[in-house]
Design a protein around this ligand. Structure first.
Ligand SMILES: [Zn+2]
Length: 255
């Protein structure tokens, strides 16, 4: 009988048992959307493919197409695998150039040719991220001219939905080596508690201490498990940049 009663009270959704204690605090996320973004197409990013899939999460990977397949960067095949899982592939220039340092035809080539390269892999490419977060009037215009629907910066988040300006999407503070799961979780909770909005997270390397802008795999996977659970039971929405912004895919534009 006791077992029967226990059975009745058990939530049908399994609650991950490995999560740290903050997750036991539960709030309902009626107005918060989270987006996970990864910059540069680093080879170590591929390690998150399974944990995203297992948690029904899709992320946006901003790829420097000039580096694809070279040492330290994901291959075309790996990018295709991520894309086939429903992740988004966005542009991040041909050679990770700070856009203040190129003008005119060079600027167009960095942005338009990069998008063409990614489209040639078979991806629908609508989202761009400014290398180092740098943008100005000319670079924002070139991003639009190359057929992008939005562009992400690296600061000043959370963003609103709809965003004030889709070509200067605001991001949460950088996730760096000492950003712990509790802090990432708190960023999301605070967005909801402050009236809701769009928390865009920016990741770079996924590894244990290989870089100052790195998150270790366990921290990321705890966060992904937590996000997946909140999405399943507490109303949190986790979407790619394109899923939030929408809009038609625009044809490729030559440089
Ligand atoms: Zn970058």
């Amino acid at each position: 009988m006791a077992l029967f009663l226990l059975g009745c009270s058990v939530n049908t959704v399994p609650i991950p048992t490995t999560l740290p204690s903050p997750t036991k605090q539960s709030i309902y996320y009626s107005n918060t959307t989270v987006t996970l973004t990864f910059d540069d197409g680093d080879a170590d990013n591929y390690i998150v493919r399974d944990v995203l899939k297992e948690n029904d999460l899709r992320a946006t990977f901003y790829v420097v197409s000039g580096f694809t397949g070279t040492e330290g960067f994901m291959t075309e095949e790996q990018l295709r695998g991520l894309y086939e899982d429903g992740n988004e592939i966005g542009g991040h220039t041909l050679s990770h150039t700070k856009l203040s340092e190129v003008r005119g035809a060079d600027l167009r080539k960095e942005i338009c040719q990069d998008r063409l390269n990614l489209m040639a892999y078979g991806f629908e490419v609508t989202s761009f991220a400014y290398p180092f977060g740098f943008h100005d009037e000319e670079s924002r215009q070139v991003v639009k001219d190359c057929g992008y629907n939005n562009a992400r910066t690296v600061a000043d988040g959370p963003e609103g939905i709809p965003p004030g300006n889709p070509f200067t999407l605001k991001a949460m503070p950088y996730i760096v080596q000492d950003t712990k799961f509790q802090k990432m979780f708190r960023y999301v909770m605070e967005v909801e508690q402050n009236g809701g909005g769009w928390a865009i997270f920016v990741f770079h390397h996924v590894c244990d201490g290989c870089d100052q802008y790195a998150v270790d795999y366990d921290t990321f996977s705890n966060f992904a498990n937590w996000l997946g659970h909140q999405q399943q039971v507490n109303g949190l929405k986790v979407k790619t940049i394109d899923e939030v912004i929408g809009g038609e895919i625009q044809p490729g534009v030559g440089p």
